[in-house]
Design a protein around this ligand. Structure first.
Ligand code: PEP
Ligand code: MG
Length: 607
């Protein structure tokens, strides 16, 4: 993600700290990944785990056995502290009774017979302590599990839970979930799914660093929306870290620095001070008109998947909520919510938009947004599979519930509806037929809704680009989804970091496709906006305006910088830039042209 802060990092003259000393213990290691969400943060790491712990297995000599028991004692102490912290948290948030559930876990840690057995196993087998803990607790668990008595079977489940936590502490990994964290940390993980991200306590997360993932994976989009710095695609990160390491992540450049030395911290500290000043400068212009220096208007809308993000968009001066991703509600609840529940959620969204229009996109499950609870078949190619509108058209009950919920809120505020991942006219017509059916059902019951509701479709598949003239006849507006369009057009999976270098929004094929969509939309006189992640990348702004863009929808956090930049060039310059770029043959040339245009305009405030 390019940003004014990126220019800053490359232009500030760094003055190193006089008392700079090399760290004696741990050396700094820099890993290069993919910039996920802008920002820099530094802190202790926290390993995020999803499932079972991988239990190491190796022999231990007799002389090392005592040290293994000391490790076990320390891990038991750590586990006890964590559970006590969770208990306090649960008691505060849910009540005393719920918190007492954890007493059973604490009791397991006091179970003398269990720990005697583990010790015996260590001396008898000569295996490492993790292996002994695993073997003995598994034996106890299996025993409890075959007992008829429900109470005792539950004790078996407690034992399983606690042994997992104990094993994680032994192998130096932190248990999944962020609720128990005292201090905010940098979350590190092999990968992160959108439902993981939805369940994180974001106040405890300083930043996110993952081995896998791409710039437009949904977990990253969510991090960006909540202003959490992220670097993804770091490949070996989790292997290179040891417990107690600190990590600095630079979400502008896509760097992760393990155990940064003072010099590095000082450099970033200096950037931080300047960054705060820039932030104020950008915020000073939030209420100024969103237009180029020659008065060409630009609509800045906000993407959102929660009430907080809508509020954030409003704070940052958005004109509309340009994309509300409804699947966020499904993922947070990890189930298909009822019509009424969805109605309540959408109502909150519309209310918090304070009279500004909200574009609600129908369910886009599938791809990397998987709902465990609906038991779908595993797909070889999930992004090309049973996703979004394809899923809805085959699940009429779910689709109709959602359509009725959206229609019902359209009676309460300005609401538009939009269908994702349309690849043909037939699909769009079918989706509209369902919408009419939902309208009829509400009419029969006398439930109010906006019968003139504006209908849009995402243009995010290559076929939709090619036939956008035909789609235009069916809808009131288009919203270009470049996250998917880039992946489908270039045949590059958007979350596969092995081929992330091929995921190039600057590719001439992407630019030409955008040019085609804007041209057709103008001819057909329908509104067109753009809500993929390039909307939030200021480098693209003059090109998009030159191509015909009148509004875009990005994460609310990014609007001040977009607007600031947009007020520093003319429409004529955009046309010239677009003409030059349409002649270019390589993504790198296009990227460079956008970068120099951008830097020339903003350098004054960075220096
Ligand atoms: C897109 O594809 O650009 C888009 C906005 O939708 P999503 O990222 O949710 O797939
Ligand atoms: Mg999409």
């Amino acid at each position: 993600m390019f940003s004014i802060y990126f220019v800053l990092i490359h232009n500030v003259e760094f003055v190193f700290h006089k008392n700079f000393k090399m760290s004696e213990k741990k050396h700094e290691i820099t890993l290069y990944g993919i910039p996920g969400s802008p920002g820099v943060s530094h802190g202790l790491i926290f390993r995020f785990l999803h499932g079972d712990v991988e239990v190491p297995h190796y022999p231990i000599s007799k002389s090392e056995q005592l040290a293994e028991l000391v490790r076990l004692r320390d891990a038991v102490g750590k586990t006890r502290t964590q559970i006590e912290e969770i208990k306090i948290g649960v008691s505060k948030n849910l009540g005393e009774k719920e918190a007492n559930i954890f007493d059973a876990h604490l009791l397991v840690l006091e179970d003398k017979a269990l720990f005697d057995d583990i010790e015996k196993d260590l001396y008898n087998t000569g295996d490492n302590i993790e292996q002994c803990v695993h073997r003995v607790t598994q034996k106890y668990h299996d025993y409890f599990n075959q007992i008829e008595d429900e109470y005792l079977r539950e004790r078996g489940a407690d034992l399983k839970d606690i042994s997992k936590r104990l094993l994680r502490n032994l192998v130096g990994e932190t248990a999944a979930g962020t609720a128990f964290l005292g201090e905010p940390r940098i979350l590190v993980s092999e990968d992160l799914s959108p439902s993981d991200t939805a369940s994180l306590d974001r106040s405890k997360i300083l930043g996110i660093a993952t081995n896998t993932g791409g710039r437009t994976s949904h977990a990253v989009i969510m991090a960006r929306a909540s202003g959490v710095p992220a670097v993804v695609g770091l490949r070996s990160l989790t292997d290179d870290l040891t417990d107690g390491d600190t990590l600095l992540i630079d979400g502008f450049e896509g760097l992760a620095i393990i155990n940064p030395e003072e010099e590095t911290l000082f450099k970033y500290g200096k950037v931080g001070i300047k960054r705060k000043k820039i932030k104020h400068l950008l915020e000073d212009e939030i209420s100024l008109p969103a237009e180029t220096i020659d008065g060409h208007k630009i609509g800045f809308h906000a993407n959102a998947d929660s009430v907080e993000e809508v509020k954030n968009g409003i704070r940052n001066g958005c004109d509309e909520v340009g994309l509300f991703r409804t699947e966020s509600i499904f993922l947070k609840k990890n189930q298909i919510p009822s019509e009424d529940l969805q109605f309540d959620e959408y109502k909150q969204i519309v209310k918090s938009a304070k009279g500004k229009s909200v574009t609600i996109r129908t369910l886009d499950l599938g791809g990397d947004k998987i709902l465990d609870s609906i038991g779908r078949e595993r797909e070889e190619n999930p992004f090309m599979g049973f996703r979004a509108i394809r899923y809805c058209l085959r699940n009429p009950e779910i689709f109709l519930d959602q359509l009725r919920a959206v229609l019902r809120v359209s009676a309460l505020g300005k609401v538009k509806i939009m269908f994702p991942m349309i690849s043909g006219v037939g699909e769009l017509i079918k989706a509209k037929e369902f919408l009419s059916e939902a309208m009829n059902q509400l009419t029969e019951k006398g439930v109010p809704f906006d019968s003139e509701i504006k209908i849009g479709c995402m243009i995010e598949t290559p076929s939709a680009v090619t036939i956008c003239d035909l789609l235009a006849g069916e809808v009131d507006f288009f919203s270009i989804g470049t996250n998917d369009l880039v992946q489908y057009l270039l045949a590059v999976d958007r979350i596969n970091n092995q081929i992330a270098y091929l995921y190039e929004p600057h590719h001439p094929a992407v630019v030409r496709s955008l040019a085609h969509i804007f041209k057709v939309a103008k001819e057909k006189q329908i509104d067109v906006t753009l809500c993929g992640e390039i909307a939030g990348d200021p480098h693209f702004l003059p090109l998009l305006i030159g191509l015909g863009l009148e509004s875009l929808s990005s994460s609310g956090n990014l609007i001040p910088e977009l607007k600031f930049f947009g007020r520093r060039f003319s429409f004529q310059e955009c046309i010239k830039l677009k003409d030059d770029i349409l002649k270019m043959r390589r993504p790198s040339e296009i990227k460079e042209a956008l970068k120099s245009f951008y830097e020339e305009k903003v350098i004054e405030i960075v220096l």
